[in-house]
Design a protein around this ligand. Structure first.
Ligand code: SF4
Ligand code: FES
Length: 235
């Protein structure tokens, strides 16, 4: 079948206005949007800029806005769009470097602010710090995060320019707070007790709808809020 694409093209600093460019691609319904982008780049227009790597929903590099929703181009199939024109834009709220390639540095800087690593000063065992099955279940869902930024780019609070670090950093904060091996829970909760942290979330659920790994992002943030209330305010 022939699939019509409308892709936002822009090269900041070039003096050229951003514009939509149309392409027609021959594709099977079960092919991925990423296959079509590759075909455009390889066969029609080598100047089109987009990121991709694994092609299988693992690396998180090909997040973009597809027909109005943030998603991974490698997880969306042509048939998902029912034959209608497919409009592709870069992730909202991110600075565009070229076409669909955005500057991810502020996103990763915000992830770093929640210290996305275990803090444990006890003497390490010979092999590894073990965890019971029950304890590992508490973080099993959030460890699926691939840092694609679909959640953050879909968050109305982030889009509104508020102080909130975004849903993705909260997922990484959750991962440490609820990990039985981490010893810095109280300090983490104090850091998250702010508009920048868990209380920046206004429960719009757009992050949960956007997450390609089906992480219940909003629920995780609400669990962080409850943990803060319980530990810092005794409620
Ligand atoms: Fe992507 Fe989901 Fe992780 Fe957000 S929580 S960065 S949407 S995988
Ligand atoms: Fe790696 Fe899509 S290319 S997640």
């Amino acid at each position: 079948m022939q699939v019509q694409f409308k892709i936002l093209r822009q090269t900041p600093g070039s003096g050229r206005e951003s514009r939509f460019q149309r392409y027609t691609v021959e594709a099977r319904p079960e092919e991925r949007v990423l296959d079509c982008l590759n075909r455009i780049k390889w066969e029609q227009d080598q100047t089109l800029g987009f990121r991709s790597s694994c092609g299988h929903g693992v690396c998180g590099s090909d997040a973009m806005k597809i027909n109005g929703r943030c998603a991974l181009a490698c997880q969306k199939l042509v048939r998902d769009y029912g034959g209608q024109e497919i409009t592709i834009e870069p992730l909202p709220s991110f600075r565009v470097l070229k076409d669909l390639i955005v500057d991810m540095k502020p996103f990763f800087d915000n992830i770093e602010k929640v210290r996305p690593f275990l803090v444990n000063t006890s003497t390490p065992p010979e092999k590894e710090r073990l965890q019971s099955k029950e304890d590992s279940r508490k973080v099993n869902e959030v460890i699926r995060c691939i840092l694609c930024a679909c959640c953050t780019a879909s968050c109305p609070v982030v889009l509104g320019g508020g102080e909130f670090l975004g849903p993705a950093p909260m997922v990484w904060a959750f991962r440490q707070v609820f990990d039985s091996r981490d010893q810095d829970t109280l300090n983490r909760l104090k850091e998250l007790d702010a508009k920048e942290g868990a209380f920046g979330c206004e429960n719009h659920f757009e992050c949960t709808r956007a997450c390609p790994k089906e992480i219940k992002v909003t629920k995780s943030i609400n669990m962080l809020k409850r943990e803060i209330e319980a530990h810092l305010r005794g409620s």
